[in-house]
Design a protein around this ligand. Structure first.
Ligand SMILES: *[C@@H]1O[C@H](CO)[C@@H](O)[C@H](O)[C@H]1NC(C)=O
Ligand SMILES: *[C@@H]1O[C@H](CO)[C@@H](O)[C@H](O)[C@H]1NC(C)=O
Ligand SMILES: *[C@@H]1O[C@H](CO)[C@@H](O)[C@H](O)[C@H]1NC(C)=O
Length: 198
């Protein structure tokens, strides 16, 4: 029953977000969506994480931002991030838009939502809490002029929404503070269901 309710809420998110782009400064709604997202647990599919790319960042807010994906071992890519903010940021929002690879290109997939970054870290949405497990990032808020490093991070597939079809996906993640863009990331992964032999 709970599973169904969460699924219904999730479909609501998809249905509303697919048509309307969320207002970039609607922090209260972002909190609500992240509440919904943090309830996700799935073992319906496997996620094969590939890489995260930094597309651009705003030098008015960040003195430094570097994102590197490397192979932790033969099978597991992980991400190292180093940053230094130029201003104190208590929290900011992530606007996430999914794309699915079909007919030779990434095409808009009807999954878009906005969530608070600190809320996502606190509740470990997508496994974000493990950003504090390697390096010297201890959690929010983000403070001015403190060089910080998080390492060996990869997403936790069990903390993603269920019922996403198999395929290759790209998530474009735009970070925003009030009306300013802080930085943009693209994360690449594929989703698959192993064939169960009976
Ligand atoms: C690679 O590292 C991951 C994360 O520690 C681990 O779960 C996995 O078993 C390792 N794979 C191999 C082939 O060593
Ligand atoms: C965090 O680690 C980085 C790189 O190792 C270092 O330059 C920085 O001073 C450290 N920051 C803090 C607050 O300890
Ligand atoms: C990422 O961080 C880990 C842990 O500190 C380090 O061993 C590794 O060399 C780093 N990789 C890259 C590509 O910076």
């Amino acid at each position: 029953m709970i599973v169904f309710k969460v699924f219904a809420a999730y479909m609501g998110v998809i249905a509303t977000s697919a048509v309307a782009h969320p207002a970039p400064n609607n922090h209260q709604d972002a909190g609500l969506v992240s509440d919904i997202l943090t309830k996700f647990h799935q073992n319906d599919y496997k996620l094969k994480f590939e890489r995260v790319e930094l597309v651009r960042f705003n030098k008015q807010y960040l003195k430094k931002l570097e994102v590197v994906t490397y192979k932790y071992n033969r099978t597991s890519p992980v991400v190292n991030v180093t940053w230094m903010y130029g201003t104190d940021l208590p929290d900011y929002d992530a606007v996430v838009q999914a794309y699915r690879f079909t007919s030779n290109e990434y095409r808009l997939f009807p999954l878009r939502f906005q969530m608070s970054v600190c809320g996502a870290i606190k509740t470990s949405a997508a496994g974000l809490q493990t950003l504090t497990h390697c390096g010297n990032f201890t959690g929010c808020p983000f403070l001015k002029d403190v060089p910080t490093r998080a390492c060996n991070w990869s997403p936790d597939e069990t903390r993603f929404p269920p019922f996403i079809p198999d395929g290759e996906y790209m998530l474009e993640i735009q970070m925003i503070f009030r009306n300013a863009e802080l930085y943009v990331l693209r994360a690449y992964s594929s989703i698959y269901r192993p064939i169960v032999k009976k």
